[in-house]
Write a protein that binds this ligand. Structure first.
Ligand SMILES: N[C@@H](CCC[C@H](N)C(=O)O)C(=O)O
Length: 278
């Protein structure tokens, strides 16, 4: 397929609260991303580097569709921050303050708020063990794991720990350990959160397929849901992540997540780089 791109493959680099993305706009043509391409582009030394690659597609009944890939080449069913970044790009292109999109999870909506932050409704949290998914029927409010974590699905699996001081956690060691726990048949994202107040949390994250990242939108949603279920916060919270603050509002129609977005640069993957990857 490399011959389809004699001038190379254009992409955008974006980030949302430091969660960084390569975005490929494939509207008007077929999908181009393969696991090999995602791994190669995701390599921060030999490629571009990203936490997730998002590919935009045409959609019926929505403004666009999105697919997500982690930097290890695996697929992700949800990526809240990339959804916000691409929605910002699409809203600018369409001259609107609201867009609809389709992901593996189904239809979502995103809006630009009056304060300029881009907000997406990530849908309702998945609380049934089979939907997270977990390997067997257990209480998702209290997983049978050390540290008494909560399991929440947001279109992807999350394992949320409440700890006295999130900054004191060995996120790499503990994150890798729980990502691969057999209780999670599709692995899991792992969040460590501490309570600052009834409407504020500190959170650090280990992402499935990507490792430590500066922020994780679906992880922030899952953590806010878990905190409310545990009686630690209200339904509206701000989460302080390593890359910035995300605002979560768990409403009747779903979990809304708002935060900053940045379109950093546009560039092209050269034909030589693409050779053998498409
Ligand atoms: N950074 C994302 C989540 C990315 C997906 C995750 N690593 C997975 O494999 O589920 C976000 O902002 O939600």
């Amino acid at each position: 397929m490399t011959q389809m791109f004699p001038q190379g493959l254009p992409f955008m680099k974006m980030h949302g609260a430091g969660n960084d993305f390569v975005v490929i706009d494939s509207r008007g043509r077929g999908a181009v991303t393969t696991a090999a391409l995602a791994r190669a582009v995701g390599d921060r030394n030999r490629g571009v580097g990203f936490d997730q690659l998002a590919e935009i597609h045409d959609a019926e009944g929505a403004d666009f569709a999105l697919d997500f890939w982690n930097s290890d080449g695996s697929r992700a069913g949800a990526c809240g921050n990339a959804t916000r970044c691409v929605s910002d790009y699409m809203m600018r292109q369409l001259g609107r303050d609201a867009v609809t999109l389709i992901t593996a999870r189904g239809g979502l909506q995103a809006v630009r708020r009056a304060d300029g932050l881009v907000s997406v409704n990530m849908g309702p949290p998945q609380r049934d063990w089979a939907d997270v998914p977990l390997a067997r029927a257990v209480d998702t409010d209290h997983l049978p794991l050390p540290g008494d974590p909560v399991a929440v699905g947001m279109g992807n699996p999350h394992c949320v720990f409440f700890v006295p001081d999130a900054d004191a956690v060995d996120v790499t060691g503990e994150g890798r350990r729980f990502e691969l726990d057999p209780l999670f048949p599709q692995k899991t994202n792992v969040e460590f959160a501490s309570v600052i107040g009834p409407d504020r949390l500190r959170m650090r994250v280990w992402e499935r397929g990507a490792g430590i990242t500066l922020a994780c939108g679906s992880g922030a949603c899952a953590t806010a849901v878990a905190a409310h279920l545990r009686g630690l916060t209200g339904r509206k919270v701000a989460l302080e992540l390593d890359g910035g603050v995300l605002e979560i509002d768990w409403r009747d129609d779903g979990v809304w997540m708002a935060g900053p977005v940045a379109h950093v640069f546009d560039a092209v993957l050269s034909p030589a780089f693409l050779a053998g990857l498409l």
